[in-house]
Design a protein around this ligand. Structure first.
Ligand code: NAD
Ligand code: TDX
Length: 362
């Protein structure tokens, strides 16, 4: 039985990854360390019981004693590090929390994994590996058509979120370069799918449209993001963990670039198609809900990943195209309205008010 330490496994991508891993692998044990911030939700994993193959630990990745105790008590072979503060708008309002969790938390995990895995001769226990899950936002913003982020594209982060992720990437790189620490960094494009917290574009637009609320589009709505179905990301991480060359960095993305406004229009069209005729909300889901609002500060114009390396070295390819993925996602939110109601807590409503009420309409 191989034991994984997954951090942030109660969040969006982490919980999808845990579901994926239990579906795809037998004889694995997952220890899920998560602080259960506003973004972490044990309902995402309600079908997975504590037992021989799964243990949940509520705690902070910055807590040295706690993380050391996990490495002492468990025979951790792989660390899959998702835990982070992940929302750009929150990082603009409160950068410090991002530095603490994303930079110092990653540093703490690196220390503890190093201590647990290092041998007397300075090499590391056979087969151990640390996967640092990061983002394409570290590369900054693309301008020219047909340009892409490659693994050697220089870092140029603009938001406190992406700067904190860039800092954590560089700390992992420093451990690889200095100590020969067994790690990989993966940089993925925008994910979408089940269990995504409704502060992010796609679930926010689904939730607002269902409630007849305005759909707030930042700026001119022509910013481009490169969307990947979350399960394809989970599979990419798993492939890097099993077969990636140690010390290498892999970009993950499916060449699916879309302007934000097109995403919002697609969601409206699909909700109209998928809501039953007799659902009273259907009539209110129209393009009239689209409201252009003041732009995000430092808003990156375009992201687009070149996934050539992970394709050629590991044979990874996305299996879900956007047309299917967005339908599956909307279906999931329609079928899981209880989940959605459950995560929209007082804290989220306060954030929503702070982020959107001050924005001028354009
Ligand atoms: P999320 O915000 O949905 O989940 C983050 C999880 O981390 C939550 O469960 C939260 O409780 C936990 N967490 C936060 N601070 C913690 C701390 N101090 N200690 C322990 N746990 C803590 O985020 P996500 O969208 O699932 O992203 C996961 C990772 O993937 C992040 O590192 C993010 O940078 C990266 N990433 C996200 C995307 C995307 O589109 N969402 C794309 C590329 C990379
Ligand atoms: O209300 C909104 N209106 C709007 O126009 C929101 C929430 C977003 N947007 C725009 C901003 C972006 O151009 O939509 C685009 C996507 O926004 P987010 O969902 O906030 O994602 P993004 O900022 O691109 O970052 C995401 O992808 C990379 C994740 O949140 C990061 O964690 C990940 O690293």
């Amino acid at each position: 039985m191989i034991t994984y330490l997954v951090t942030g496994g109660a969040g969006f991508i982490g919980s999808n990854y845990i579901h994926y891993m239990f579906r795809e692998h037998k004889d694995i044990r997952i220890v899920n360390l998560d602080a259960l911030t506003y973004a972490g939700n044990l309902d995402n994993l309600s079908d997975i019981g504590q037992g021989d193959s799964y243990r949940f630990v509520k705690g902070d990745i910055c807590d040295r004693e706690l993380v050391e105790s996990i490495f002492r008590d468990e025979d951790i072979r792989y660390v899959i590090h998702f835990a982070a503060e992940s929302h750009v708008d929150r990082s603009i309002a409160d950068p410090d929390t991002f530095v603490r969790t994303n930079v110092l938390g990653t540093m703490n995990l690196l220390h503890c994994a190093y201590d647990a895995w290092v041998q007397p001769d300075g090499t590391f226990s056979e087969g151990c590996r640390f996967i640092h899950v990061s983002t394409d936002e570290v590369y900054g913003s693309l301008t020219g058509e047909g340009t892409y982020f490659y693994e050697d594209t220089p870092y140029d982060p603009h938001s406190p979120y992406s700067a904190s992720k860039a800092g954590s990437d560089l700390l992992v790189k420093s451990f690889i370069d200095t100590y020969g620490f067994p790690a990989n960094i993966t940089n993925c494009s925008n994910n979408y799918g089940p269990y995504q917290f409704p502060e992010k574009l796609i679930p926010l637009m689904i939730q607002n449209a269902l409630s007849g609320k305005a759909l707030p589009v930042y700026g001119d709505g022509l910013n481009v993001r490169d969307w990947l179905y979350v399960e394809d990301h989970a599979r990419g991480i798993d492939m890097v963990c099993q077969r990636g060359r140690l010390g290498e960095k892999y970009n993950i993305g499916g060449h699916n670039e879309r302007q934000n406004i097109k995403i919002v229009e697609t969601i409206i069209d699909l909700l109209r198609e998928m809501l039953p005729e007799e659902d009273p909300r259907r009539a209110g889901v129209t393009r009239d809900l689209i409201t252009y609002v003041e732009d995000r500060k430092g808003h990156d114009r375009r992201y687009a990943i070149a996934p050539d390396k992970i394709k050629s070295e590991l044979g990874w390819e996305p299996l879900t195209n956007f047309e299917d993925g967005i339908r599956k996602t909307i279906r999931w939110y329609l079928d899981n309205e209880k989940w959605l109601e459950g995560v929209i807590s007082g804290e989220y409503l306060r954030f929503y008010e702070q982020n959107y009420s001050g924005r001028e309409k354009l």
